[in-house]
Design a protein around this ligand. Structure first.
Ligand code: SF4
Length: 189
């Protein structure tokens, strides 16, 4: 059973409390730019589907942002299809699964892309700034950066999880949706 299902009215709150940094970054960029390129739409869109956002809510969510940039008609014409498609409602009707950390870490975001894993793809300065915004204190930050330098990105994410939840994550983080579920379990207990 899915542990948590989110609805549109909760999305900003749960993004702030329970999204891993990769998804937080995409979410913030979407709110800021009212647009995400394909790689970001797929990475965030499938994650949101995985946390239980229903198709109608997903369409409303993406439309509310993209409309501010491209207008509602262009959204309906150019973007709504691929969202329905990722839910298995169009084309070959494949119900796509959310990306794992491994897949995200090995992606290759280009200029103007916001997908990928921040532990792997951010500069050190940007990563430090993002982590401190998440509430990681300086002692934990050093441990996280140490893992990053040794290319242990998922361990860096696990340490971040532990630092901001004040609770251990023995299994380690291997999937953004697992991060979300483990976070919600702690926050709702
Ligand atoms: Fe996202 Fe996984 Fe990277 Fe954490 S380790 S930021 S969950 S891709």
């Amino acid at each position: 059973k899915e542990f948590a299902e989110i609805s549109l009215k909760d999305i900003d709150r749960v993004a702030n409390s329970s999204f891993p940094l990769c998804m937080r970054h995409l979410f913030e960029k979407l709110r800021e730019d009212h647009h995400l390129r394909y790689g970001g739409r797929m990475q965030l869109g499938l994650f949101l589907k995985g946390v239980g956002l229903k198709l109608d809510d997903a369409l409303a969510f993406w439309k509310s942002e993209f409309s501010k940039k491209v207008g509602p008609e262009r959204f309906d014409k150019e973007y709504a299809y691929s969202i329905r498609h990722s839910f298995g409602k169009e084309g070959k009707r494949v119900d796509y699964t959310p990306y794992s950390c491994q897949k995200i870490i090995s992606s290759t975001p280009g200029v103007g892309d916001h997908h990928g894993c921040p532990y792997r793809h951010f500069s050190e300065d940007n990563l430090r700034a993002a982590l401190s915004k998440m509430g990681v204190n300086s002692r934990a930050m050093d441990d996280v950066m140490d893992k990053v330098r040794n290319r242990h990105y998922q361990l860096a994410c696990t340490l971040t999880f532990e630092a901001i939840h004040g609770s251990s994550c023995d299994a380690g983080i291997n999937h953004p949706n697992q991060y979300f579920i483990d976070s919600q379990k702690i926050l709702q207990s």
